[in-house]
Design a protein around this ligand. Structure first.
Ligand SMILES: C[S@@+](CC[C@H](N)C(=O)[O-])C[C@H]1O[C@@H](n2cnc3c(N)ncnc32)[C@H](O)[C@@H]1O
Length: 225
């Protein structure tokens, strides 16, 4: 899908010699990187960003592999409240010897960790109820130094069939045990835009539909330098 992203190399980082029959995360990584426009979409925006990056709800840490694989060298810190995913993220980063990459367990419903630089929130807002979504977004905004950016990939609540499909797939992810938390609701575009613009950020929305049926959008919000 994107020459700069080698799904095979990244997927192999999730194969643990001590668990030879456990291929779940490797298979997931290969599928996600090959099918989802998320990483090809954010990579051009982040590749040359010198700001340290805080990745909120980082899951198994695929973004760190995508960035380093494309030569991006900014400091990367991923946080997620799922300790098992953070353990997998750490293992895979060590196996591939990713430099300046760290992972920590953190529950974002309790607040955003201290950070100064750029921030990503990729496919995680819907797991928080509305008021906590707003807390996480405003916490992320407060991390942005001049020139830094906040990238949010999210579904949007609207009346479309895509919106209903996105919600249904999230619920399946929770039922099969991949997602610890139940999806709550998606943000509304006008609410998110108002938050970002009232903080003085330059906001751009891009449809992020790819070849699938999800109602995904990529929002980039930059603090002017
Ligand atoms: C759909 S996954 C996205 C993972 C990654 N950002 C990506 O795009 O590949 C959503 C992630 O948000 C995390 N998450 C959900 N609620 C959270 C919370 N309250 N605090 C921290 N992480 C949370 C989940 O554990 C999960 O890893």
């Amino acid at each position: 899908m994107n020459a700069a992203i080698d799904a095979g190399v990244i997927a192999r980082a999730y194969l643990a010699p001590e668990r030879p029959f456990d291929r779940w995360h490797a298979n997931y990584a290969r599928w996600k990187l090959a099918r989802d426009p998320l990483y090809p979409g954010v990579l051009p925006l982040l590749r040359d960003d010198p700001q340290p990056l805080l990745d909120l709800g980082c899951g198994i840490g695929l973004l760190a592999h995508v960035l380093r694989g494309a030569g991006a060298a900014q400091a990367y810190r991923g946080v997620d409240f799922d300790a098992a995913k953070i353990a997998r993220a750490r293992d895979a980063a060590i196996r591939r010897q990713l430099q300046d990459v760290t992972f920590d367990t953190a529950d974002l419903s309790l607040g955003v960790p201290a950070h100064r630089g750029s921030v990503t929130i990729l496919d995680m807002l819907q797991y928080l109820p509305g008021p906590l979504q707003a807390n996480v977004v405003s916490g992320a905004i407060s991390c942005l130094v001049p020139g830094a950016q906040l990238l949010i990939r999210t579904g949007i609540e609207d009346a479309s069939t895509r919106s209903r499909i996105t919600d249904a797939v999230d619920r399946i992810g929770h039922r099969i045990g991949w997602m610890r938390s139940t999806p709550q609701r998606y943000p509304r575009r006008e609410v998110l835009t108002a938050m970002l613009e009232s903080a003085g950020l330059q906001v751009e929305w891009r449809p992020h539909l790819g070849g699938n049926l999800f109602n995904n959008w990529l929002v980039s919000a930059r603090r002017p330098a």
